[in-house]
Design a protein around this ligand. Structure first.
Ligand code: ZN
Ligand code: ZN
Length: 297
């Protein structure tokens, strides 16, 4: 146990140096500048050719989302990312070694060419995330945390990273297991992480790009806006269009739903009016849900 605590501690203290290094040394392998660059790219597109022209460039909650963006991407995504992956790798190795298995890699993916293992890792991870996202909507406790993301009332690129940090914990923990089993460490994921960041920004941005048939594979703003729709048909009340980066899972499993062009539809969920507006209260909301529900009974 102590060993795992040490691993977590080392990851956290190494992280402070890492973060400072990221900011002070721009490079092609630098998360910070990729986040800034990709955000600027979509900001310019939204300014130049907005899909919904009735929406301001600095839309409702723009600055709140801007804050969430850096908070989630740095303070939590990467910390938990680093700490969790070290802990999980060690835990897996120890567990397997205890039953006499020395090689954690179930399939020797790492010996394949780089692009094949990145592609496999990306597709597996995206499918796992699609399933986790469905859980966030169907498990009541998880939904209380996921409401933060659904409290977006006007769509824009920065809304992508408005979510509770508990989501990071849930996603990272669940997605790590299949990835570790196929021998892909989360830290090999730079390319995938940046690609999914860009598509996530795209999904939430107030722009329209005609993707043609590619829309059946890749998520996009015209599809994802329906994921945020306030009003859904009764039989789809738990949600639609759960896709994170790929839209193909929704088409395969019939959770796709684009009844008409969703420009300007009402976004949110029942009871959004009483949902907290500030960052701190939004972060505390999910933890208080249990008590709130007990009081209601
Ligand atoms: Zn959702
Ligand atoms: Zn979203």
């Amino acid at each position: 146990m102590e060993k795992y605590i040490d691993i977590v501690k080392n990851s956290y203290s190494g992280y402070a140096n890492y973060l400072w290094g990221e900011i002070t040394s721009p490079s092609w392998h630098n998360y910070f500048y990729w986040l800034v660059g990709i955000s600027l790219f979509f900001f310019v597109l939204e300014a130049y050719k907005p899909w919904n022209k009735n929406q301001k460039l600095f839309r409702k909650d723009f600055w709140l989302d801007f804050f969430y963006m850096f908070f989630n991407f740095f303070l939590f995504s990467l910390i938990i990312y680093n700490a969790a992956s070290d802990v999980v790798v060690n835990f897996f190795n120890d567990l397997l070694a205890s039953v006499g298995i020395k090689n954690v890699v179930a399939f020797e993916v790492m010996t394949w060419p780089m692009w094949t293992h990145l592609l496999l890792g990306f597709v597996v991870r995206d499918f796992v995330q699609w399933n986790v996202h469905r859980l966030l909507h169907t498990v009541p406790t998880l939904w209380e945390f996921h409401k933060v993301h659904h409290s977006v009332e006007e769509m824009g690129f920065a809304a992508h990273l408005r979510y509770h940090w508990m989501e990071t914990v849930v996603y990272r923990t669940i997605e790590y297991i299949p990835l570790a089993l196929i021998g892909i460490g989360l830290r090999d994921f730079f390319t995938i992480h940046i690609f999914t960041l860009a598509v996530g920004h795209f999904n939430h941005s107030n722009i329209k790009v005609n993707l043609g048939p590619v829309r059946y594979i890749l998520n996009n703003p015209q599809m994802h806006i329906w994921h945020h729709a306030m009003n859904l048909p009764k039989e789809r009340r738990f949600g639609v269009n759960y896709g994170i980066t790929l839209s193909v899972w929704d088409y395969l499993f019939k959770t796709d739903y684009i009844p008409y062009e969703g420009k300007g539809i009402k976004l949110g969920f029942d009871g959004i009016k009483s949902f907290p507006k500030s960052f701190t209260r939004q972060i505390l909301y999910g933890f208080k849900a249990k008590r709130r529900n007990q009081q209601n009974i």
